[in-house]
Design a protein around this ligand. Sequence first.
Ligand SMILES: [Zn+2]
Length: 223
Amino acid sequence: MSEQVVTINGEVIDVNSFNEEAWNDLKKNYVVGNLKMICCNSNAIPKTSINFKKFFAHQNDECKTAPETIWHKTTKRIIIDELLNQGYVANEEQKGDKWIADVYLEINDRKIAFEIQQSPQTLTTYLERQNKYRETQIETYWLLYQPRYVAITKAIKQRILKELNSKLPQGGTFPSLNNLPVFYIDDKDYRVKGVGLFNYSVKDFLSSLINNKVIFDKTWRIR
Ligand SMILES: [Zn+2]
């Protein structure tokens, strides 16, 4: 069961973009095999639940794919698809000198990588990997599975407290580092979220980033 599928042309379709009429239209007119589940590429069937919720179901059986894998694949598809909507062709699994980016694109002289991080890693590893990108002038943005984000935010907070000798400045401080742009993608609504009530659609996040509006000012925010 999923709110998104991918068409055989590679376009992501989200149930939330359908009104009742369009949804009924799709249910009547789709061709089996033209809609694929993002999680495992099996055929997807548009359905409506008894409480009127729109969703896509696997044609056969339930999916065996783990939730974090579904999250990773869905996030990657949504990012690539939205970049394409905005006129940019991104590469998947782009290999560099000491890195492989989940999503990578170049815009004029800017090189941008997205790491879609599903497995746990320490703050030190995040910073090391970020440095490898920085050495080759690549801007890198981390989009985490929520449990990883909770963990890394705690680690950042501890590091900041240690640097401040456990004395917080007046008015407090955000658990954010200016050399690590890190956010999470909510696996319920697939919005980009973070500390300081950061909460944007993938569309708004990406267009802001492309227009140099994602900045660090006490925490990561969009100006
Ligand atoms: Zn599946």
